[in-house]
Design a protein around this ligand. Structure first.
Ligand code: CUA
Length: 200
């Protein structure tokens, strides 16, 4: 008796799965079901959100918070007219993403802790602190508060890493981290920061 593609072999011609294979298959199948159940469960109970502060916010209300933040701690403007803000350590910091700009420019102190709020006025943007591996979605209607402590002094750029429109590649913000007196010999620079803080 020969077999071809159109005539089936007779009887049980395959080797039944080995016991260990059946056990492995059962474990994999059960795990599939667990992961499948996790999707709706996580959607309903997990919040699908990062740790830290999160809240819904009307984009216009968020803009108002940013304006207040600039009014409270603003120290000047960049050449492009973007406000520069030097919030005191421990304060709430508000950063707004909007096509195609990050507002304001942040001037932070090394080693100090801040709560960095991120939200968008219009569409999804991506917060990427270059050159560090810090990535965060910036979503309109949501206020995400991240507790951050700058560890290295420097002049950094915020690069938008979520395609947000025709000017996406131009959307670059700025974070300046000033060295503290203990971390750097530049006591003069710190003095300037202190003077600015005292003038508020
Ligand atoms: Cu904002 Cu890309």
């Amino acid at each position: 008796m020969y077999t071809t593609g159109v005539t089936s072999p007779q009887g049980v011609w395959w080797k039944p799965a080995h016991k260990s294979e059946r056990i492995w298959f059962t474990i994999a199948f059960v795990w599939c079901l667990v992961l499948f159940a996790m999707m709706p469960l996580w959607h309903l109970r997990g919040g699908q959100n990062p740790s830290g502060i999160r809240a819904r916010v009307d984009p216009q209300d968020y803009v108002a918070r940013v304006r207040q933040f600039v009014a409270d701690y603003g120290t000047g403007e960049s050449e492009a007219g973007i406000p520069i803000v030097a919030p005191p350590p421990g304060s709430e910091v508000y950063l707004l993403a909007a096509q195609y700009q990050w507002t304001p420019i942040l001037q932070l102190q090394q080693g100090a802790q801040y709560t960095l709020h991120l939200s968008s006025l219009d569409v999804n943007h991506g917060f990427n602190l270059y050159p560090f591996n810090v990535n965060f979605q910036v979503v309109p209607g949501y206020d995400y508060g991240l507790r951050v402590t700058p560890t290295e002094a420097g002049d950094y750029r915020i690069v938008c890493n979520e395609f947000c429109g025709i000017g996406h590649h131009l959307m670059v913000g700025r974070v300046i981290v000033e060295a503290t007196a203990t971390a750097d010999a530049g006591a003069g620079g710190t003095g300037v920061a202190d003077a600015a803080g005292g003038a508020q």
